[in-house]
Design a binder for this molecule. Structure first.
Ligand code: NAP
Length: 216
């Protein structure tokens, strides 16, 4: 699959990009600056020592032309980013991994967008796209390091079966990751907000925890 990541030059996009490339997907790390993206992609390939050779960089517009597109910008710029790309994103599965959070001392707090979640705001901004929410709890540094021993469950939700199935299919075969169908896009509010709890735990226990659901 050809996967484009909007805002893919940040830690979250790079981490996902490496994991997808490790199972053979072609990945384009999108950016507002094509040269910056190419430089970041080159560093990513080098760090992965031959295990992420299908990672390239380009403009967000080029990433939006991929078959599957992931939104990995900060929450403040998420809607503006997708709105500018609504034509190339039309008819496609778009996955939001965006968390709207604010730091308050040694704690992270969730922000609640008017529609409940960033993902629902993205779906409203892209009525002709098929939006899923996923990847919110994955620690970026461990994702980019293929030797980190990362083990995590990846919650996926959407109002469209195709979006859930496409997201889960993209994750298939990635060592350490298990995709779980978490229901409709209405679940994105709780999924995004829980990231604040996960990061608060990381701050207090000085670690990078991951989500693992017992009993499934
Ligand atoms: N970091 C994690 O561990 C993690 C895990 C799960 C989910 N997330 C979520 O994933 C998203 C990205 O996280 P991150 O840590 O990678 O964030 P980041 O480094 O702050 O931002 C990612 C990229 O977004 C682009 N960007 C920044 N400001 C922008 C603006 N005003 N307009 C358009 N693009 C802009 C930048 O790319 P260019 O300058 O190259 O355009 C930047 O490299 C966040 O919403 C975060 O909550 C993060």
């Amino acid at each position: 699959m050809k996967i484009g990541i909007l805002g893919g030059t940040g830690p979250a996009g790079r981490g996902l990009g490496v994991r997808f490339a490790s199972v053979g997907h072609e990945v384009i790390l999108g950016s507002r600056d094509g040269e910056r993206a190419e430089a970041v992609a080159s560093e990513v390939r080098e760090r992965a020592s031959g295990r992420a050779e299908t990672v390239t960089g380009g403009l967000n517009e080029q990433a939006a032309a991929a078959e599957l597109v992931i939104l990995a910008t900060p929450w403040e710029s998420a809607l503006q980013t997708v709105h500018a790309l609504r034509e190339p994103l039309s008819g496609k599965v778009v996955i939001s991994m965006v968390n709207a959070l604010v730091k308050n001392g040694r704690e992270m707090l969730p922000m609640y967008p008017p529609r409940g979640s960033v993902a629902e705001m993205v779906q409203a901004a892209l009525p002709d796209s098929i939006v899923a929410a996923s990847f919110h709890h994955l620690p970026a540094g461990m994702m980019e390091d293929l030797d980190s021993g990362l083990e995590a469950d990846v919650l996926v939700c959407s109002d469209h079966k195709l979006a859930t199935e496409t997201t889960m299919a993209a994750l298939q075969g990635i060592v350490g990751l298990r995709a779980l169908d978490a229901g409709s896009l209405a679940q994105a509010a709780a999924i995004e907000a829980f990231t604040a709890v996960a990061i608060t735990l990381n701050i207090r226990y000085k670690t990078h925890s991951t989500l693992k659901m017992a009993g499934l």
